[in-house]
Design a protein around this ligand. Structure first.
Ligand SMILES: *[C@@H]1O[C@H](CO)[C@@H](O)[C@H](O)[C@H]1NC(C)=O
Ligand SMILES: *[C@@H]1O[C@H](CO)[C@@H](O)[C@H](O)[C@H]1NC(C)=O
Ligand SMILES: *[C@@H]1O[C@H](CO)[C@@H](O)[C@H](O)[C@H]1NC(C)=O
Length: 141
């Protein structure tokens, strides 16, 4: 509890001072499980991701109608990830009932924020042990 409150505070300060275009640093989900991170990668990213799942995602708030990018970064969170191990990057509504954008063999997908003001930014890796080399983030673009 306490530790996550500190993380949240650190994330807010980072957001306010250093990364104005980032939105928040949300928890990472692996497969259908909630993964609570004990550390955050840099530059507004969530990660590094874990292993044991092909699918990893974050759920992020956004301003309806604005342009954003869902990015699969490297493990530091700051550089685009190696696209070779990324089957696809996709953006869905938070409940995964409809797809907003998707692209194969890339590390970035641009999207327009839907009217519900929330999206799921998801990486589909080639292998279930690819996660630790990557983080996830959404930024205004
Ligand atoms: C989003 O991007 C499109 C295409 O680049 C541009 O035409 C549009 O004005 C942008 N929308 C906003 C809200 O910035
Ligand atoms: C990952 O999967 C994509 C799509 O199936 C494929 O094009 C790519 O070569 C694969 N990369 C690796 C490292 O296996
Ligand atoms: C997602 O599903 C939950 C539970 O079924 C529901 O309460 C919630 O309103 C849904 N959210 C959206 C944005 O559709």
């Amino acid at each position: 509890m306490r530790f996550s409150a500190i993380l949240g505070l650190a994330a807010s300060i980072g957001l306010a001072l250093a990364v104005p275009s980032s939105i928040e640093v949300p928890n990472v989900h692996g497969g259908n499980e909630d993964i609570v991170l004990t550390s955050q990668s840099g530059c507004g990213s969530s990660g590094p991701l874990g292993s044991g799942h092909y699918v990893w995602y974050i759920v992020v708030g956004c301003t309806p109608g604005d342009n954003y990018t869902c990015e699969v970064t490297d493990s530091t969170g700051c550089l685009p990830g190696n696209a070779k191990h990324i089957g696809s990057v996709e953006v869905d509504d938070p409940n995964d009932t409809f797809q907003i954008a998707s692209k194969k063999n890339t590390n970035q997908v641009p999207f327009v924020c839907p009217s519900i003001g929330q999206v799921r930014c998801q990486a589909n890796f080639n292998d279930s042990d690819d996660g630790p080399g990557y983080s996830l983030r959404v930024f205004a673009s």
